[in-house]
Design a protein around this ligand. Structure first.
Ligand code: WT7
Length: 660
């Protein structure tokens, strides 16, 4: 990030309000330290206590942590439970049956509310529907759905019958979807006819059909289609079914399938530095424990709260803080179909006011784009809306720069709402390093301190601890319940990616750089240490984009780097060598557009390079290695001051200096 230096020196401190602190789940730093001490003293006792207190077990566990097959750790191994039971039935039994579980707001503004009883009924009906299709415990089901109650119902229904879901974000292309269907070995796909975003209808079912046309999806027996728009779609008799027809005859109760703690609840694909996306596999018990517990610790959730996480269910944030966490603690939550800028950039503030949202959780990219919009048009400034219901704010997915933090704190939270800057990853299942709203003094731009029981540390390449004030590699030294269990179909890659031998084979490597403040030990994330980009909080591997580019018939070679971007955090800059002479002028512009669209089709619109530059070659060492470090400097538009004497072709740098 461009303002890293400023960030490291940030020293403004904001204390949690006394009122919030006095009633918080973790009240004050002494309470926080007491929990940390408990975990230090008796790690298994600590986690065992929390798992008994926070989850309902069909069969209690006797063993907490099994490290015998490290790094393939097992948690609560001999216990049995059901995730959907914990999210739904439990609420019917403890007095929440008539409480609003979800408030769905459609893109166009229509609002639908469901109580816990109603949501339970819907999930059971759909679970019975899936069973009627022969879907059983352990089967994989791909979900390619818009933001909807039905999307959450589909995930919960899978959990209820013990099927492992794999949600694919609705912005991914047919090819990305096909790869995931094949890798997961899915027996069914759940989708919608279309999705609606910003007033536009966009295809989903048609993309599923395209994915099938690419081949290899023969294991899929059925495609279940939620009717969202009634738009025209293709239909394969015998394979395709309407969701409403499937559930019409089904009972609204369904005995949950009791599964082992380690039973895979879901697989979620995410980008790594090399190769194809990794199927991050999560457990049932450990994962749910952390989703529920972080709702209490980080969000201090209370019975009267209205909780709104703006993420999509296609990302892990939507899994943990829409589908599972809020329901596991009996909260009322918002599910939003649309986008922050439709019908105008006041949509979030308007929704907070109308639904009396008390906890609001969004991404820095959204905040930065809404700052811009509010600057340009005072009518969509948060001060035009009644945001007095808010009591807590959250940030997720990428570093939040201090300017955006201050704006959020002042204009949205009116200096009374703490901001929890939550650092975590698809692989961690839930929050890892974050302020506690009723305890931790906040510093803009710092995710502050690890949650109790999370043994985060900063080390060098050999695994040696580094002193505070010295930047290094972020690791977690002990396993925790919601950690990734393996990479689906690729345990060797799991070991190599996250528990490398250089660090001893038992230390979790996050893939981020970090530094701790000299005085208070606060963590600041300094960005990925691998070739993973973060664009608008969306994670992408440079290699994936490069592979997509070189798959185009015109492209000989491509290198992709991230470039700091004021709004999206990072943006994608691609350096491309064509199989024909380097294009200039209009021809360059036209080919750039063609390649951008190509990447959109290969991966999805979120992977389209913002900028493309053409060269006769790429800067390479004499051994042929592309010097990405130099490309990053060029992308930023800065002068190269590094030593380029090892370069085979230094003259190429001049050619790549300028945007088209
Ligand atoms: C990567 C994980 C967090 C769940 C959604 C994204 C970056 C995430 C923060 C934060 C600085 C952050 C890291 C991380 N990141 N949160 N609060 N401050 N960086 O999950 O797609 O798996 O991405 O996002 O680089 O490794 P993801």
């Amino acid at each position: 990030m461009a303002d890293m230096e400023a960030l490291k020196q940030e020293s403004r401190i904001f204390n949690p309000s006394a009122e919030l602190a006095s009633q918080a789940a973790i009240s004050g730093m002494d309470a926080y330290r007491a929990l940390c001490d408990e975990a230090e003293r008796d790690y298994e006792g600590f986690w065992g206590r929390l798992a008994r207190e926070n989850l309902s077990w069909q069969q209690p566990f006797t063993q907490v942590l099994d490290e015998s097959d490290a790094p393939f750790y097992k948690w609560f191994g001999d216990g049995k439970l059901n995730v959907s039971y914990n999210c739904l039935d439990r609420n019917l039994e403890n007095g929440n049956a008539d409480k609003t579980a979800v408030i769905f707001e459609a893109d166009g503004g229509e609002v639908t509310r469901l109580t816990y009883r109603e949501l339970h009924g819907r999930v059971c009906q759909f679970a019975n529907g899936l069973k009627s299709l022969g879907i059983r415990k352990g089967d994989r089901v791909v979900i390619y759905m818009p933001m909807s109650i039905e999307g959450v119902v589909a995930m919960q229904a899978c959990a209820r019958i013990g099927a492992t879901h794999s949600v694919v974000f609705g912005g991914f292309s047919a090819k990305s979807l096909q790869e995931r269907i094949i890798d997961a070995g899915a027996v069914a796909v759940i989708t919608a006819d279309e999705q609606v975003r910003g007033g536009k209808q966009l295809p989903l079912k048609a993309i599923v059909d395209d994915a099938f046309a690419l081949g290899g999806c023969e294991a899929v027996r059925n495609v279940v289609v939620y009717q969202r728009t009634k738009g025209k779609i293709g239909w394969t008799e015998g394979r395709d079914l309407w969701m409403h027809e499937l559930v019409a005859q089904q009972q609204d109760s369904c005995e949950p399938e009791w599964v082992e703690s380690e039973h895979p609840l879901f697989i979620l694909y995410t980008s790594g530095s090399t190769g194809t996306p990794k199927g991050v596999q999560h457990s049932s018990a450990g994962y749910l424990l952390w989703a529920a517990l972080t709702m209490k610790w980080t969000f201090d959730i209370k019975p009267q709260d209205v909780f709104w996480c703006t993420a999509d269910i296609g990302w892990v944030t939507g899994h943990s803080y829409i589908t599972y966490g809020p329901l596991a603690v009996g909260a009322t939550e918002i599910i939003f179909e649309g986008v922050p800028t439709f019908p105008n950039a006041g949509r979030f503030w308007d929704m907070i006011a109308r639904h009396k949202v008390s906890i609001f959780y969004t991404a820095p990219t959204a905040i930065r784009s809404l700052i811009k919009a509010a600057d340009a048009d005072p009518a969509v400034h948060p001060d035009r809306y009644d945001l007095s219901s808010l009591r807590l704010l959250g940030s997720v997915g990428e570093p939040i720069n201090p300017e955006a933090w201050m704006w959020y704190y002042k204009n949205v939270g009116h200096e009374k709402c703490p901001i929890v800057d939550t650092f975590w990853q698809t692989e961690t299942g839930g929050h890892m390093i974050t302020p506690l709203p009723g305890a931790t003094p906040m510093v803009p731009g710092s995710c502050t301190l690890p949650l109790p029981g999370i043994m985060a540390a900063i080390v060098d390449e050999t695994g040696q601890d580094l002193p505070n004030g010295q930047g290094g590699i972020l690791v977690v030294k002990r396993p925790w319940p919601s950690m990734i269990r393996t990479i689906w179909n690729d345990p060797a890659r799991f070991r190599k990616s996250y528990f490398p031998e250089e660090l001893g084979g038992k230390t979790y490597l996050a893939g981020d750089g970090a530094i701790r403040n000299k005085d208070n030990g606060y963590f600041t994330i300094t960005g990925r240490i691998d070739d993973v980009l973060n664009v608008s909080g969306h994670r992408m591997g440079t290699m994936e984009i490069e592979s997509a580019l070189v798959a185009h018939p015109l492209v000989a070679e491509a290198a992709v780097v991230g470039k700091p971007d004021e709004t999206t955090g990072e943006s994608i800059c691609a350096f491309v060598v064509l199989k024909r002479p380097r294009p200039v002028g209009d021809e360059a512009k036209q080919i750039a557009k063609e390649l951008r669209d190509w990447v959109g089709k290969e991966i999805g619109p979120i992977a389209k390079p913002k900028e493309l530059r053409f060269g006769d070659n790429l800067p390479k060492t004499r051994s042929g290695k592309i010097m990405r470090r130099l490309l990053r400097v060029l992308a930023k538009g800065e002068e190269i001051t590094q030593d380029v004497s090892t370069l085979e072709n230094p003259a190429i740098l001049d050619q790549l200096k300028h945007a088209i």
